[in-house]
Design a protein around this ligand. Structure first.
Ligand SMILES: [Cu+2]
Length: 158
């Protein structure tokens, strides 16, 4: 019981801090951090997933798929400018260069949860499995944040 209470407090503290959403997973050369999503209105059919992918190895890798039960399908997307209009487009993979990192963020590469089974609620988590070309599968939880809660620029380090 004491443990359950303590962990609830820890989660609340994390949410209130607004910065350190310490969702981190690692497999081989690939590190996944700061996986987050945004709450959706009741009528929304889609939601986005964002995170930072780091490749500490010497070989280029790429995110090639993602599995999650939160929606009927999940796609990898990017944003492109077409005639001055920003559009989303599905991509077969999101590259993570050797020794580099790729940020999935609004207006750029992102994960798209399509045909949500239920609205995404702040404070909940979306369990998912990322599939990399070389590193294989990495499990990660996307933390759902309240709409407007998320910074648009990288967080300051304290
Ligand atoms: Cu999209």
């Amino acid at each position: 019981m004491a443990i359950a209470i303590r962990s609830t407090v820890a989660i609340a503290a994390l949410l209130l801090s607004g910065a350190a959403f310490a969702q981190s997973a690692k497999l081989g050369a690939i590190e996944v951090s700061d996986a987050w999503s945004r709450e959706t209105p009741p009528t929304a059919a889609v939601g986005g997933g964002f995170m930072t992918l780091k490749n500490t190895g010497k070989t280029d890798d790429a995110l090639i798929a993602i599995k999650a039960d939160v929606s009927k399908t999940v796609e990898l997307h990017t944003h492109i400018m077409e005639g001055g209009v920003a559009r989303m487009r599905a991509v077969p993979k999101i590259p993570v260069a050797a020794g580099g990192s790729t940020e999935l963020k609004p207006g750029s590469f992102h994960v798209m949860f399509i045909d949500l089974k239920a609205p995404l609620k702040p404070g909940t988590k979306i369990p998912a499995t990322l599939v990399f070309e070389k590193a294989g599968e990495v499990k990660v939880d996307f933390v759902v944040e309240a709409f407007g809660a998320r910074r648009t620029a990288p967080a300051h380090k304290h």
